[in-house]
Design a binder for this molecule. Structure first.
Ligand SMILES: [Zn+2]
Length: 456
């Protein structure tokens, strides 16, 4: 007896190799051109019942060829031509077209293509995706919108107990909402208006959990937080205040420029970093440069002294009361020659005094300040070729940048009878059933690194 030979797929009467990997379709012919695959198909199965009355006697009632777009294959665009049959029910007389499995009815595309475009639209420009598929950019944008709406519904970030509200420049100034403890971004708002921030905070789940809000000195932010989360404590981060002292030094330097020769002006421009540096960080050469400028231009020396003295208020790390006393002494020491240059800082301190002083009792972590600074530095790079909506979605929903915490894995010991009927200690492993994975938002340092490496 000969060995039975293995059954080939063709022997079983199955379709020849289906390059589409869509079992509902029978591939009839494949035409390949320089840029495209044209794939002729028909449905593998005909309908068995009327869609209206479920009667089983159906008659063919005309054909219609439909073009369905699919995923690019081997770098070429793919069009699937389906020879679709119209049927007429002999019982009720109604006619209907065969429905196309795996096809997104709204778009004349396969579902897998719609999903792929959605994912790609977070990583690449709409134009480049449109070119790959042979579609217009508008279609790509519409799919992107649907995809993002879906993500908005499904991706949930934890509401922070320490929230940051700051400005970030993406084409225009935008509001960035962050979690200070986990160094993550949880949202980006299209603008910095009070109305926008109120609407966001007012709809935020768990907003009563927010204990502290650190922000830059932008009145609409303060108004919005006070309106929606009156119990949250507002803190102004040191970084937003002390940089105003540097701005004051710059103002004095620029006002001196007029009276300088071009050569001196270039020299002062070149050495300006010395004026902005902290005194304790200067090396011998820089110290010499500084003393040269301050000896020749007493106003610069005065501005520098006040800048250093202002930093010292923060470095003393006292209580809010002590900080206020130190500030009062500093304020008295501001001389008329540089008062104008320091007027913004003095006004800000007056207008925001409770929130600035709150920092001394509840300091914002350095880690947050540093990652916010690095983010502000790299963000500008990201703007080119994208709309704000697209940038926002890239930042918030790119896979692999989220800070997620899985539920705790717990070992549990139980007393039970073993197979021999003796009571013994068993160890079982289990997750706490109802506890879900927590998503704390977009990790700022990972995001900054991806932008730096131009992978986003
Ligand atoms: Zn019918």
């Amino acid at each position: 007896m000969p060995e039975p030979r293995p059954l080939k797929l063709d022997d079983a009467g199955l379709a020849p190799a289906n390059i589409l990997h869509l079992p509902a379709y029978k591939v009839l012919r494949v035409e390949e051109t320089d840029h495209d695959y044209h794939i002729r198909t028909e449905l593998a199965r005909s309908p068995t019942h009327c869609t209206a009355c479920e009667h089983a006697r159906l008659l063919r009632y005309g054909r219609n060829e439909q073009l369905i777009r699919d995923l690019p294959m081997h770098g070429k665009r793919v069009g699937i031509y389906v020879d679709t049959q119209r049927w007429r029910c002999q019982a009720c007389g109604k006619t209907f077209m065969e429905s196309l499995p795996a096809v997104n009815a709204k778009r004349e595309m396969t579902e897998r293509l719609v999903g792929w475009i959605g994912q790609q639209s977070l990583r690449r420009t709409f134009t480049s995706i449109a070119e790959d598929i042979g579609l217009d950019e508008k279609t790509v944008r519409n799919i992107f919108r649907d995809h993002v709406n879906e993500l908005e519904k499904t991706v949930r970030f934890e509401t922070p107990t320490w929230m940051g509200i700051d400005e970030i420049h993406l084409i225009r100034p935008r509001c960035v909402i962050s979690n200070i403890r986990s160094n993550t971004i949880i949202n980006l708002l299209p603008n910095r208006d009070k109305k926008t921030v109120i609407s966001y905070l007012g709809n935020l789940d768990g907003r009563r959990e927010v204990q502290t809000v650190a922000m830059d000195m932008w009145t609409p932010y303060r108004d919005a937080v006070q309106a929606v989360m009156p119990d949250a404590r507002i803190v102004i981060d040191k970084f937003h205040v002390v940089r105003m002292a540097n701005d004051a030094v710059e103002k004095v330097r620029k006002s001196r420029r007029e009276s300088l020769t071009p050569k001196q002006r270039r020299g002062l421009m070149h050495d300006r970093f010395v004026l902005l540096k902290r005194e304790r960080d200067l090396n011998d050469k820089e110290r010499l440069l500084l003393s040269g400028w301050t000896a020749n231009y007493p106003e610069l020396g005065e501005a520098y002294r006040l800048k250093e003295a202002f930093y010292a208020i923060y470095e003393a790390m006292g209580t809010a009361d002590q900080a206020l006393a130190r500030y009062a002494a500093w304020h008295r020491s501001v001389t008329p020659e540089v008062r104008d240059a320091y007027s913004d800082l003095i006004r800000a301190f007056t207008n925001w005094q409770p929130q600035i002083l709150a920092y001394f009792d509840h300091p914002v972590t350095n880690a947050y300040t540093e990652s916010l600074n690095s983010l502000i530095r790299v963000m500008n790079r990201l703007g080119r070729g994208y709309s704000f909506e697209a940038l926002r979605a890239k930042i918030l929903f790119t896979e692999g940048v989220h800070n997620k915490v899985k539920p705790k894995f717990r070992r549990r010991e139980v007393m039970a009878d073993d197979m021999a009927g003796r009571t013994a200690m068993f160890t079982t492993f289990q997750h706490d059933a109802p506890e879900a994975e927590r998503n704390y938002g977009v990790d700022i340092s990972t995001l900054a690194r991806l932008i730096e490496e131009a992978k986003l």
